[in-house]
Design a protein around this ligand. Sequence first.
Ligand code: HEM
Length: 487
Amino acid sequence: MEIITSVLPYILLLLSALILSYPLKLKKQKKQLKRNAKLPPGSMGWPYIGETIQLYSQDPNIFFATKQKRYGEIFKTHILGCPCVMLASPEAARFVLVTHAHLFKPTYPKSKEKMIGPNALFFHQGEYHTRIRKLVQSSLYPEAIRKKVADIEAVAVSALESWAAGDRKVINTFHEMKKFSFEVGVLSIFGHLDEYYKQKLKDNYCIVDKGYNSFPTKIPGTAYHKAILARERLGEVLGEIMRERKEKRVVDKDMLGQFMSFELEDDQGRGSSREDKVAADNVIGVLFAAQDTTASVLTWIFKYLHDDPKLLEAVKAEQMAIFKMNGGGKRPLTWAQTRNMPLTNKVILESLRMASIISFTFREAVVDVEYKGYLIPKGWKVMPLFRNIHHNPEFFPDPHIFDPSRFEVAPKPNTFMPFGSGVHSCPGNELAKLEILILIHHLITKFRWEIVGTQSGIQYGPFPVPQHGLPIRIWKDSSGEVQDGCL
Ligand code: HEM
């Protein structure tokens, strides 16, 4: 005891010295990092505009691929007024998104944040993000979505019937898939929503969607300004829906119910306007995250299946077996059946790889970071390039060939990230795959389709989709059973 009391003052002195010298040590480390590490190779282009024109005047994937060929897997550039470091290796993507995610924060232009709503989870990091993410995930786990199979099936069947109605009219696949994925998004958030509210949401969301990628300006009449006004109306509609639930004392366990149970720690009492804003911003955020992504992948699947008649036959055989098991489609699809469509599942994975509709994501370094001897300065944007990784022949031989059989073997760790990775990875991935499987089942067992006009080319809006949204004609297979050599 005596020994302890005699050495205690020295230990305390030592500890205080360590604590006081810590900021100095950090500063020294930072200086050292700046001295030792160099910026990655690459070109910063013209002052201010950097290489923005080079990126947007061509297929962005050519820009990234050319850079990677020239500089390797880590390179710097300057786009949209920001210095950036682009990372094209699985290890680098894991470093930014998983192991060192705390050194990088999500970053979006202010205009986009305003449009979705600043409380939406993907703009945040840390405790708030974790809490909201848990709420979102709880409605998207397999245990929750398995109860939605019948509802999604009803939406899929009704959509297919409407596309095939009329005298072989031409439909824009991407636009129609957007409507389908919106309906499924609404189902996953609200369960069965009153038609009156659904229509109001659709009308206003459509205006937001049109203005989202337009030039941000307050000038009345512009697409951006119209979208901002429609966004305000969306907030009002969601406010009405929540008020009605509260008045009727409806306690639903759906995603909106989860958001409505969220309480801000610093708020006085429930139902404050800030809490309603958190709910509204996140509902719009999820609708936004769910729609164009799923619709783009579905559009590519229509094209990939159409372009490969042999593969189509094989997928058809898999789906027809289930169709027959269900009495020629008289009984509904079951969750277990959707879990047992191995080939169709591989087609989805290969479509996700091949199209890589989210080619990259953005983060921002919150401190100076050193990666493999290179400096990523604080404030610089960091872009893990998913598409470059998915198209690297080292991980996916003959990457430009559509070959679902490559997924018979699991890809190497961190080489396949269509849904991102780490704390911000996609919580909707199981729902996305489920709705795609259900739509494919009904499409292939009861309908045929053909592509109208040009069959090549890609447009970016901003996700890559086949040119003109892939115009197609779709019709019911009157034989009741799809025959060989169709399409
Ligand atoms: C095939 C369709 C989809 C693809 C390819 C996709 C892809 C992605 C990717 C790559 C991310 C991560 C972005 C990043 O790290 O910056 C993400 C995040 C997200 N996705 Fe998806 N997604 C799809 C469908 C969905 C669906 C159907 C929903 C909801 C019903 C959804 C909700 C979200 C949300 C809320 C986030 C943000 C998560 C967070 O920040 O914690 N996604 N998605």
